[in-house]
Design a protein around this ligand. Structure first.
Ligand code: SAM
Length: 300
């Protein structure tokens, strides 16, 4: 059903991703901020009084441990991304879609790179995910958005199901009449959505975790039930959680053992997950570079 790989995504994509088999790719690579991304480390333990509920109804509580981090500095960021994005293009199904999540510092370079790989006609949207959180520098407009570049493999046929997307309230419901107001409207290319709340149940403690609501909307619009979704910068596994809730198959990849440990806790109790290079029953036991040679991404 689902596969989670521990290891470098370029190697795993080259060895395991079959041509034209993946319906949707969502990736959120490190943004090349020049800093280590870190967060206070937490541990989730089974506890009868815990406020988190697993997929089979078991309860967990969160205990603080030290901190987690991954480096976010690349001397040549575009040279790092390019071969991975070429693999993504190769693996995408003919009617597949790529969502590429980035921020304002690198978005323009990445768009030029993606135009070169997909062709300019394949550019579908730039989604602005707007939030309102964090510091407010006084010497410039506080940057409070991320950019999500959307490319389709073939602009003449691709999956885009607006009926499956949850509608949102009108900003001025009084101007559109009660019926329309009750139905809500389709989101535009500007998405207002809170970051993962600091003390919310969704929070895993992994740095740069993205909100489930943002990834859910992507999966709803650009894939169908049963489709195969790939995230090869998986982090805490947000894409996997959206897929489990929406009945899609997923493949996740990350090369940080801490990401695998977070995913092991996040998916505790979920059925049908194959782990490659990592044993989820024993945290801290990864086998770097030990991807099972017979494990291949399932065919569409
Ligand atoms: C911004 S985080 C992704 C966060 C994720 N979207 C979430 O919601 O938790 C980027 C992830 O890419 C991983 N990563 C960076 N370089 C990688 C590589 N070459 N192969 C696999 N994973 C990599 C990092 O370990 C990190 O977990």
């Amino acid at each position: 059903m689902h596969t989670i790989y521990f290891g470098d995504n370029l190697d795993i994509l080259r060895r395991h991703a079959r041509d034209g088999t993946v319906n949707l790719i969502y990736i959120d690579p490190p943004f090349n901020t020049g800093k280590a991304q870190s967060r206070t480390r937490i541990k989730t333990v089974r506890s009868a009084s815990g406020d988190r509920v697993g997929f089979q109804g078991e309860r967990y509580e969160t205990v603080k441990m030290g901190s987690r981090a991954f480096p976010d500095r690349f001397d040549d960021y575009i040279a790092f991304l390019e071969p991975r994005l070429r693999e993504a293009y190769r693996a995408l199904a003919p009617d597949g879609t790529l969502y590429f999540h980035i921020d304002y510092r690198e978005a323009h370079y990445c768009k030029v790179l993606l135009d070169g790989i997909f062709g300019r006609r394949s550019f579908l949207n730039e989604i602005i995910w707007a939030y309102d959180y964090g510091g407010r520098p006084a010497r410039r407009w506080p940057p409070k958005h991320d950019n999500i570049l959307v490319y389709v493999k073939d602009p003449s046929r691709y999956v885009f199901d607006t009926e499956a997307v949850e509608r949102i309230p009108y900003m001025a419901p009084g101007l559109c009449g009660p019926e329309k107001a009750a139905r809500g409207k389709l989101p535009t290319d500007t998405w207002w959505h809170t970051i993962v709340p600091t003390n919310g149940r969704e929070r895993t403690g992994y740095p740069t975790q993205k909100p489930l609501g943002v990834v859910t909307r992507i999966v709803q619009a650009s894939s169908r039930p049963g489709d195969l979704v790939l995230d090869f910068f998986a982090g805490s596994g947000t894409t996997g959680e959206a897929c489990l809730r929406l009945n899609r198959r997923f493949i996740l990849v990350d090369d940080n053992p801490e990401a695998l440990e977070v995913m092991a806790r996040r998916f505790a109790g979920a059925r049908g997950i194959r782990w490659v290079g990592f044993d989820p029953r024993v945290t801290g036991r990864t086998r770097r570079g030990a991807a099972d040679p017979v494990a291949v991404m399932p065919q569409k």
